[in-house]
Design a protein around this ligand. Structure first.
Ligand code: SF4
Ligand code: SF4
Length: 439
């Protein structure tokens, strides 16, 4: 069903059974939403509303703060009740706009452009920007920027990321099963915008039904192919996906996919592109998996952006035992949340609830020099050396050993028998190197 892959990587249990058979359900309209002004890479969005203003669903409430930024929109109908710092899906506090709903769902006017595919690429990109699209796989890069490569970097291939290699998460899987035509429409639009002649949808072999479904849908299309990939983590990371699906290596030291003629987009983003171009629909909702063995009824939920995690968990019937840890995203790359009163953002793919035992951490021991972290690092780094350099405050060595190339996939920490907090050490290295560079 698919055995292309990349060097390195690990095989954590996929734990997708909790939610993979749950069809997408719409969450009833939340009473309140909190729209973070930072849901993307780049400059903060700037509010264009004030406390007391009434807003319709889909109405713009914040403008892009620069070229690498996006506008934000109201995801419910109601009143702006506060603009302040709130808990954020990254586990930090960030500026956000609170909207208290009035129980109605009155939308701004949308269009239905039947001939949408014949719009110019410029008009398509304008609609994508106005709809506030950013990557929905987690990284959050503004979509209009990603679809505007410089002229000297022509794009020949668009790869849609249908891998969803993070354990537990099934939001993309359900989207692929339930809205395959919209995903394909989005892919064709992205190909048209970038001038790419080829499209690839990369899917891991643990989703044979979606591989079959898409293969059937594109059987008469010569420019789009489905590539089945070996089940391995982090198969869905951009560089690893490009290597596996196309055999091309994106250079380290800040190299971007466009350098090998590729743009990667998540399948959810493809649907958002289709809706933005055809309907001028702003990105105000997304599919999120709420899961974990302690969740009463794990689900894949279509929820408004800004919905509080506590509302999502209530919709799933709460938990069967005491919560030990709440994770925004998956267990490998997700962020620990300190409160369930945290809103979801455009990049929120999952909400994972762990019990006390699952959340407990073993104490850090000394490095055994076993080399396991080196063997599996998909970026060919030596995580133990980076960690050790930071421990002794040797930031120059940490930089030399490639700390900035680490994508924080968590594989090294996962395999380390001494439970060394490699990601935390590498995180510190990244912060200190950035400080040094900007000093
Ligand atoms: S060093 Fe970074 S890229 Fe390599 S395995 Fe660890 S987290 Fe992943
Ligand atoms: S896996 Fe852990 S113990 Fe082994 S070399 Fe890496 S840091 Fe050291």
């Amino acid at each position: 069903m698919g055995n292309k892959t990349f060097p390195g990587g690990i095989h954590p249990p996929d734990s997708k059974n909790y939610s993979k058979n749950s069809s997408i359900e719409n969450l009833p309209l939340p009473k309140k939403v909190i729209i973070p002004l930072s849901q993307h890479i780049g400059a903060l969005s700037k509010p264009i509303v004030k406390v007391g203003d009434n807003v319709k669903t889909g109405q713009q409430i914040a403008e892009a703060g620069g070229f690498v930024s996006i506008p934000m929109h109201a995801s419910i109908t109601g009143k702006i009740t506060k603009i302040a710092k709130y808990p954020h899906p990254t586990g930090t506090m960030q500026q956000a706009i609170e909207i208290t709903g009035n129980g109605e769902d009155v939308w701004i006017e949308l269009v239905d452009e039947k001939d949408y595919f014949n719009l110019s690429a410029t008009e398509m990109k304008k609609r994508i920007l106005e709809a506030g699209l950013c990557g929905m796989g987690g990284a959050g890069f503004p979509t209009h920027v990603k679809l505007s490569p410089p002229e000297d970097k022509p794009i020949d291939t668009i790869i849609l990321n249908g891998v969803e290699c993070e354990p537990y998460l099934t939001a993309d899987y359900r989207l692929m099963l339930e809205r395959p035509e919209d995903i394909l429409n989005g892919l064709k639009l992205i190909m048209k915008i970038t001038g790419a002649s080829k499209g690839i949808i990369g899917i891991e072999s643990n989703k044979p039904d979606t591989i079959k479904l898409f293969a059937k849908l594109v059987k008469d299309t010569s420019d789009i192919k489905i590539v089945g990939l070996k089940l391995k983590y982090p198969q869905g990371a951009e560089k690893q996906l490009i290597y596996a699906a196309k055999g091309k290596k994106v250079p380290n030291k800040g190299g971007l996919p466009m350098e090998v003629g590729v743009v990667v987009q998540n399948v959810g983003t493809a649907v958002a592109v289709y809706e933005a171009v055809r309907y001028k629909k702003p990105l105000i909702e997304r599919i999120i998996t709420v899961t974990g063995k302690i969740v009463e009824n794990p689900k894949n939920i279509n929820a408004r952006i800004g919905t509080l995690c506590t509302d999502l968990l209530d919709f799933c019937g709460g938990t069967k035992e005491e919560i030990g840890k709440v994770v925004s995203g998956g267990p490998m790359m997700g962020f620990a949340l300190f409160t369930l009163e945290t809103p979801i953002s455009k990049g929120s793919s999952g909400l994972l609830l762990l019990n006390k035992k699952e959340a407990s951490k073993d104490a850090e021991d000394t490095c055994l020099r076993c080399g396991r972290c080196v063997d599996i690092c998909p970026m060919n780094l030596v995580p133990s050396l980076i960690a050790n350099s930071v421990r002794y405050d040797d930031i120059n060595s940490a930089e030399k050993y490639g700390a900035m190339d680490c994508m924080k996939c968590g594989s090294c920490a996962y395999v380390c028998p001494s439970h060394i907090k490699l990601i935390q050490w590498i995180d510190i290295a990244k912060i200190k190197i950035s400080q040094k560079r900007s000093a």
